[in-house]
Ligand binder design. Structure first.
Ligand code: BES
Ligand code: MN
Ligand code: ZN
Length: 491
């Protein structure tokens, strides 16, 4: 999607006019309505369109307006105008026009600030995302025709400047979505590592550790998960040094299980294909690093992702096996399907030991239980530090990613105690499954301020309800963490 900023609409294939709740035409809307002899107002009053968010009304070729069609797109209550409302209006307009056959969508943003005008470009890029590389027989009429979004605003230069960093964030989200959507026969640990290695072109430093190096480091809980796979396990380390030299970095850690069969504790067949996106945490970390580098964030950040495939095999790890983690703690593996925490245990320990970060935030599609407790629209937050957790939750609110904090109760620690090892990888049956998983992780963070984001419910949208999040891979977490870094660590 090409995004351009212009000072006048000129002749438009399709013109988008924004409308506030109460049928109030925004920007140059009233001028267009006047030129059309009131056709836009008449179209609104003879329909149920009132300017609510996520609603549109298409008016075909109104006489007096130089456009093949005008799409009225709802901004909602003018008094409550925020980023979310602008993003929805832009996304909804895109969807209303995408199959029209037109190639250019012209959006009147003359009533908005340069920052808000830029946001229209950002939102359209995310709304237009499609993972269609394996569709070889698409019907031409089902392929979106729009290739350019032309945004009309008073100060195009300022809008362009505001758009540059936003577009870098969109690049990060799209990078994450592509990773999440990719099937596991294509995206296995070595291929994932290869794709993040390529981010060096953005100025990131990327190290990739193979099995021999991981063995030397003592990452036995991570390697145990990959033991049954023909695919080699990998850990990739991405570094962005945009802050002061020598400044302690902030760190992000991702679960990258490129496919989770459950291992010997094998999952049922129904829905197992979903486990190709069990690397959503690693994708979010990679997308975030892409975004930070792309917009040259003034911060030192590291991203560490643990990449493994969890398969049953004659060599696979067994329920009851005891493995020694990099931290030195022994772990009894009760259920080989509780593998994410085993991968993260070594990655978290490695991260705090090597980088001594200001904090660590891990993202993981860790537990089915988080879907039971919070439903499909919330990620769970677990943290030993309000100073880490609160800015994440606040940033999430700003970018329309919902987080809810859950406790790390000391009285549940006994549920992960093992009679024969320091800790076991399951808890109290199904009770508090997301919490006992988080308590397990906490045993591997040492005294580092830390937050764990369980994104199992939100990494994939079966049926999305957001205009700028297509069905499928969400890229959840990239926008929140990018915003949290910008608001808390760059100012
Ligand atoms: N990857 C799954 C969690 C998951 C479930 C992610 C559904 C996305 C959608 C994880 O590795 C897992 O299998 N967790 C088990 C833990 C249990 C064995 C203690 C679970 O949630 O059932
Ligand atoms: Mn599992
Ligand atoms: Zn898993």
């Amino acid at each position: 999607m090409k995004v351009e900023f212009v000072s006048a609409a000129g002749a438009a294939e399709i013109l988008v006019v924004l409308v506030n709740e109460g049928r109030a035409l925004a920007g140059a809307g009233a001028d267009y309505d006047k030129a059309a002899g009131g056709a836009l107002t008449r179209a609104m009053t003879s329909s149920r369109f009132t300017g609510k968010t996520d609603s549109t009304l298409t008016v075909s070729a109104p006489a007096g307006v130089d456009a093949g069609a005008v799409i009225l797109s709802g901004l909602g209550d003018a008094a409550k105008l925020n980023d979310k409302a602008i993003e929805s209006a832009a996304g909804s307009a895109y969807h209303a026009a995408k199959l029209s056959g037109s190639t250019v969508l012209t959006v009147d943003a003359t009533g908005l600030s340069p920052e808000q005008a830029a946001r229209i470009g950002f939102a359209t890029r995310l709304a237009a995302y499609r993972f269609d590389k394996y569709l070889t027989k698409q019907k031409p009429e089902k392929i979106p025709s729009l290739t350019t979004i032309r945004i009309v605003c008073a100060d195009g230069k300022a809008a362009e400047a505001a758009f540059t960093p936003m577009s870098a964030v969109a690049d990060g989200v799209i990078f994450a979505r592509d990773l999440v959507a990719e099937p596991a026969n294509v995206l296995y640990p070595v291929e994932f590592a290869r794709r993040v290695k390529a981010l060096e072109s953005l100025g990131l430093e990327v190290e990739v550790l193979g099995e021999a190096e991981l063995e030397k480091l003592g990452m036995r809980t991570l390697l145990g998960v990959g033991q049954g796979s023909r695919r080699d396990s990998q850990v990739a380390i991405m570094k962005w040094n945009g802050g002061k030299a020598g400044d302690q970095p902030i760190a992000f850690v991702g679960k990258g299980v490129t496919f989770d069969t459950g291992g010997i504790s094998i999952k049922p067949a129904d829905g197992m294909e979903d486990m190709k996106w069990d690397m959503g945490g690693a994708a979010a970390v990679s997308g975030l690093m892409h975004a930070l580098a792309g917009r040259k964030a003034r911060v030192n950040a590291v991203g560490i992702i643990g990449l493994v495939e969890n398969m049953p095999d004659g060599d696979a790890q067994r329920p009851g096996d005891v493995v020694i983690s990099m931290s030195g703690q022994s772990v009894e593996v009760i259920n080989t399907d509780a593998e994410g925490r085993l991968v993260l245990a070594d990655c978290l320990w490695y991260t705090q030991e090597r980088f001594k970060p200001k904090f660590m935030i891990d993202l993981a599609t860790l537990t089915g239980a988080i879907i039971v407790s919070l439903g499909k629209d919330y990620a769970g937050v677990f943290s030993n530090s309000d100073a880490v957790a609160n800015p994440v939750i606040a940033a999430g609110n700003k970018v329309d990613e919902n987080f809810w904090r859950l406790p790390l109760p000391a009285q549940y620690e006994k549920h992960i105690d093992s009679p024969i090892a320091d800790v076991k990888n399951t808890g109290n049956g199904r009770a508090g499954g997301s919490i006992t998983a988080a308590l397990f992780l906490q045993r591997f963070v040492n005294d580092t301020p830390w937050a764990h984001l369980d994104i199992a419910a939100v990494a994939w949208a079966e049926k999305s309800t957001r205009a700028i999040v297509p069905d499928g891979a969400v890229g959840f977490g990239v926008r929140t963490l990018d915003r949290m870094v910008a608001d808390t660590y760059e100012s």
